[in-house]
Design a protein. Sequence first.
Length: 544
Amino acid sequence: MEEVSTFEMLPDEMILFICQYLRGAEILYSFFNLNSRLNSAITDYCHYVNLKYVTYKQFDFVATQIIPQIGLSVRSFVFNGQWENIMSNKLNSTFFHLKLSLIFPQLYTLSLVNFIDRQLNLFLDNITDLLKLVKLDIRNLLDNYAEDSLEKVLAANNNRLKYISFDSDSIDFNLTATRNDETISYPNIEELIVNLKTNKTLEYLFILVPHIKRLHIDFDQLSSVSKSTLANVSSLIHLKDFQLRSINIYWSLKEIAYILSKMPSLQRLALNVRTEDAQSHSEVDTLLSTWPIHIRITCLLDKSNKYAVIHTIPYDLFSIIIPATIANYMLAGSEYTRKVKELKIFGEQCSTDIHLIVQHFHRLRTLAIGSEKNSKELTSQSTQSIVLHLPKLKRLYVKGIYEIFHLVQAAPNLEHLQIDFNCLNIVLNDVYTCELLQKRIVHLEITNFREVDSIQLDTIAQKFNHLRDLSLVFENSTVFVDSLILQVLSLWKDKKLRGLYIRGSLTDEVDKNLRQWLIDHSHLSQEDLFVVKHMTNWIAMWLQ
């Protein structure tokens, strides 16, 4: 009581400053309903609820005791599809089987995370009669080989949605025809960000969202006739912001120009497409001159003329994908770096390429580097003259082998690191990089393991001793991980590990009752091990 009284004496500004260092659910768990003044101070946390990165005890208390009290005022809520496997029967029935309008009648924004496509389709049936819900944000949608339908998402909440987005980690959503191939339009949709795979045409998509104002598409595959069937399609007269990424298909710049001609009000443009047209700057300039004259466009073309980044000035989009080959052709202070919070650098690259690009971006929250192919070895070129400043960077994803010291040094608020196993082995032998990571990283994902015995878990436990969440992802998901699970729990038994996630397989004996096996063979008790979830090739444990 004395500690609470001392906290109550602080001014509201100080209380809110302290809250910046806590998760939203932690704030609700610790301070809600202590008194009316604290409730007033944390009002925003009652309106915008995200139960991510909390212990099971905190999650269970907020979900059962607090959500029923604040549901009427919640405007934004993040649902995690994985909850369905861990909630009590009562909570499961409430959150996943009741209409959301009965729980959150004032909901404006709904985020759905870690859903499986079939699960998503069922959940959409509960999103009805929410008078204020207009925004749906879907992240990390997983594929369970079910028939998915973009149209069902567009029609959710009785066709009241205006803004729908799928993140880049979600599956490519199918664009399917309705019965008798009759296209139904959804004039309610004003913004759509989606990854698509379809044998339908662009004509079909344009008719589907006739009043769209912001359209971002990532096409994985497209009908061979899709790019030449727009002649009879009405223009998207409301569209102001268009982004197209389609690197598996060859486009001509004339085709792009024709598509843009159907967008008379366009103000912002970003393209990441494959073309054989760009042979020189002069040729590109000539082709761009045929595009709509009301759009101010710039083009960055690398020395080989293989890659180009084309965008409007200013570039006001949240994210950008850049080929490493243009590293030496970026201009300092370029307009397209001002608002970018997510940057992905693709193609073969070295550390110097990465630094040359990243130096222009100071507001990044997420940075992904690396190539699908075998990356180059650590560069021998000096990077001392390149000044990096990444004060807002929270998440760093590393695919391949790179020197990451300068990136980590420039990011004092970095907390989430996803890194290849081979790259991590190099990092573990670098004292200075390890010292920085030890202070900052609370969520570590290690990918592309091949053998259980190759992991230096004792070293990782020693040098990453502030971890709250640990993920281990094997290249081959059929690798047996029984012994690995026990080793991790033993090494972190005196540390505050909150969650453990391993992609691998269990032997038949352990698979029958993973929870009981863990209690019998580890230091964990029933009280310590709140949740054990076993999905296909994934084992998840929620501790504390």
